[in-house]
Write a protein that binds this ligand. Structure first.
Ligand SMILES: [Ca+2]
Length: 456
């Protein structure tokens, strides 16, 4: 009996020890889980302050991604992200030049509203004088800041110190007297690694953040790593093209690093990632037909032009568990990005923002097919800092399958294209369809007459 009772007692002791061990282990696990959820927070839904990441490609045509069907360029990381995203294949930027396009992505305004229309001031003018526009416009990082977001600027940034854009932290100094122009130190992101981003994430655990990832890629200089250049080098391909293709893959690799960095920190379910390019690009090669005097490294009808290879971009939205994957060819604009991000954070867009939240109630909008998209192209060097109309070169619209390009002045013809059969705009139908030209011209004039300066 005694032995048996001791044995029972021992068994109880053993069971109690085991039970305690399980309890302790569970408590440790719970504590660990608390730490994790504190770091990554409980999953946020629409309006509940998710982290927001903008991935901004720089100088890449809408065709030049695996997920958009390019036959040669490999972009496996963006392909995988796009597959898990709601992808708009027919996205457009407001304008096909870096600085004004970026300003639309921070403010949700057309360039003629925010006043930033060119990359550089009139020759001989102090650059600082044109930085005043950023102070006047709404700024997404500042608006998010009111809800407790921290924000990090990396890569391209043209508007002086990042704090001027409402960022709480930035890589760029933006000091014109020290060579600040379009990003300075910030342009090292991606090309020289991602450490500043990961340091920022680790320093702000548990706080909602906005990340501006605009890594000056695949933008020139086209100096990809040798291993990637070799992959695309071929006897029947101009070396300029091989370099550009390799740059697209290099940019993709950095996006993979960014996504992995978010995943490793348990942040993906709490993070809305938006992808867009700032403008397009067609690589110039020795075979490219060029007008007299052409000195650009890109081909005509791409960057800085009103054509599709300058303006069109895939735009996708990724938020695992909240946005269901899908693909749409509904027309969307980069102007929709800021209102959508604001809605995700539970904030309203301003009355002057022309774009829309693309995911009301977390579902894709169904009323986009009938909308007309508008945009505008200005001179690279501003004519008058305060008067967008003085620098205007083209206005354009896309209405369903139709695209109208309206040049300023009489030197160039009006261009009308049927994008449903002619996505690269080879056949100008303006002379054949005068009534349609008239109708679309009236729509453009009703949107902005191109003469009245109306900075918001
Ligand atoms: Ca650009």
């Amino acid at each position: 009996m005694r032995n048996s009772s001791m044995s029972v007692s021992r068994r109880w002791t053993a069971l109690l020890l085991l039970f305690s061990a399980i309890l302790i282990t569970t408590e440790i696990a719970a504590a660990q889980s608390d730490t994790d959820s504190k770091n990554s927070r409980t999953p946020a839904g629409w309006g509940e302050s998710p982290n927001i990441v903008l991935i901004l490609s720089d100088d890449q045509a809408w065709t030049d991604f695996g997920f958009m069907g390019h036959p040669v360029i490999k972009t496996p990381h963006l392909d995988a992200l796009a597959r898990e995203s709601y992808l708009y294949t027919d996205g457009y930027v407001t304008t096909s030049l870096c600085r004004p396009s970026l300003a639309s992505l921070i403010s949700g305004y057309y360039p003629h509203q925010h006043g930033i229309t060119g990359n550089d001031p009139p020759r001989g003018t102090d650059r600082n004088k044109m930085l005043k526009h950023i102070d006047r416009m709404p700024k997404l990082p500042a608006m998010l800041g009111e809800k407790g977001y921290v924000s990090l600027q990396t890569g391209k940034w043209w508007e002086g110190a990042p704090a001027r854009g409402g960022f709480t932290k930035g890589m760029t100094h933006g000091d014109v007297s020290r060579g600040g122009r379009h990003g300075d130190e910030g342009l090292k992101i991606g090309r020289e690694g991602m450490k500043p981003i990961f340091d920022f994430l680790d320093a702000n655990k548990g706080t909602p953040f906005y990340l501006w990832y605009a890594p000056f890629m695949p933008h020139t200089p086209h100096n990809p790593p040798q291993r990637l250049l070799q992959k695309y080098t071929s006897p029947d391909r101009p070396i300029e093209l091989a370099k550009y293709y390799a740059m697209c893959e290099w940019f993709d690799e950095t996006c993979g690093e960014l996504i992995d960095g978010l995943s490793e920190r348990g942040l993906r379910g709490n993070t809305l990632i938006v992808f867009v390019t700032d403008n397009g690009w067609i690589q110039k090669t020795p075979q490219t037909e060029l007008p007299d005097g052409w000195r650009q490294p890109f081909a005509p009808r791409s960057k800085r032009s009103p054509n599709e290879a300058g303006l069109r971009t895939p735009i996708f939205f990724n938020w695992p568990g909240t946005i269901s994957p899908g693909v749409s060819d509904a027309p969307v604009t980069a102007l929709d990005v800021v209102p959508t991000m604001l809605a995700a954070a539970g904030l309203e867009k301003t009355a002057a923002m022309p774009g829309v939240n693309l995911f009301p109630d977390a579902e894709p909008r169904t009323d986009l097919e009938d909308r007309t998209l508008f945009g505008e192209i200005f001179a690279h060097d501003l004519v008058d800092i305060d008067r967008p109309s003085t620098s205007l070169l083209y206005r354009w619209c896309r209405d369903g399958q139709w695209k109208l390009i309206l040049p300023e002045g009489d030197e160039e013809p009006v261009q009308l294209y049927d994008l449903s059969v002619d996505p690269h705009e080879n056949e100008n139908l303006a002379d054949e369809k005068p009534e349609l030209v008239e109708n679309l011209t009236a729509q453009i004039n009703a949107w902005w007459d191109g003469e009245t300066d109306r900075l918001e």
